[in-house]
Design a protein around this ligand. Structure first.
Ligand code: IPD
Length: 268
């Protein structure tokens, strides 16, 4: 099967659009089936599961050999030899979804040999779409995206997010208590994929979070990168569970150093 970045995006787009429609439709109906996952604050709805099933089925029929890593059902193996793995968050921002806050998204990325090549994020409440292919730029509604040109931390708007574990949250709160004194302001919108798109669009100067899983940042990370941002972990590490930082190149260094100083990737 062909697997250029453009071809993978063409497959991903209609599948993600249908998924976003399903999420929106299920939101309009009563949300009755809410369960908790890792902690009391980590919720999953029937819609998360239904959307993930739908996307897995669509990917299976379009590209039967590929692997799929999804938030709700984990890693479903590819046939040996397929270099492509899809990374899916059926509803990123599940708590927003639960409350009807219009900031929740379908996030779908395609990785080839472990490198993300294409990604789409759709705000399922509003229909807004962000896409990127590696080397091909980041786009929203036919408009090419460019991250902000911020260089000064003191004048930067910085987004972040919190995990679901209380110990981790205590540490994240302590880090923020320091950070808030050194930046323009802090935002916590509640969907990591959309936060990364916001960096790509310059709606946030930067974003960081500890504890993100691949489905939270695979597509949005490529979108921010292709919009000119630096997306990485701390101390040369790739973006991952320990830390994801996205910032314009000149802001990345100062933000990175402050996060190291505050031990932002430490704690639980
Ligand atoms: C969560 C959201 C949130 C972030 C959490 C994620 P979910 O994803 O992206 O903004 O702070 O770390 O787990 O659970 O809504 O898919």
């Amino acid at each position: 099967a062909a697997s250029t970045a453009g071809e993978l995006l063409e497959i991903a787009l209609p599948i993600a659009r249908t998924a976003a429609e399903t999420a929106r439709r299920m939101r309009a109906e009563a949300i009755t089936d809410v369960q908790t996952k890792s902690t009391r604050t980590d919720v999953v709805t029937a819609a998360d599961r239904a959307v993930e099933r739908q996307v897995i089925n669509a990917l299976r029929s379009a590209r039967p050999g590929d692997g799929v890593l999804g938030e709700e059902y984990g890693d479903t193996a590819s046939e040996p030899g397929s270099p492509v793995r899809w990374i899916l968050d059926p509803i990123d921002g599940t708590v927003n979804y639960l409350y009807g806050l219009p900031q929740y998204a379908v996030s779908l990325a395609a990785e080839v040999d472990g490198v993300v090549q294409a990604g789409v994020v759709i705000n399922a409440a509003t229909g807004d779409e962000w896409t990127a292919t590696r080397g091909g730029g980041a786009w929203r509604d036919g408009r090419r995206l460019r991250c902000s040109d911020a260089t000064d931390l003191a004048q930067s708007l910085v987004g972040t997010g919190f995990g679901y574990d209380a110990k981790r949250r205590a540490h994240q709160g302590a880090v923020l208590a320091q950070l808030i004194t050194q930046v323009r302001d802090i935002r916590r919108f509640g969907a990591a994929a959309l936060d990364l798109c916001a960096v790509g669009e310059g709606l946030l100067d930067a974003y960081f979070e500890k504890g993100l899983n691949p489905w939270d940042h695979a597509a949005g990370g490529l979108i921010a990168t292709e919009a000119g941002a630096t997306v990485a972990g701390l101390q040369g590490a790739p973006p991952g569970l320990d830390m994801v930082v996205a910032a314009p190149p000149a802001l990345f260094g100062p933000l990175h150093d402050l996060l190291v100083e505050l031990d932002a990737s430490g704690g639980a």
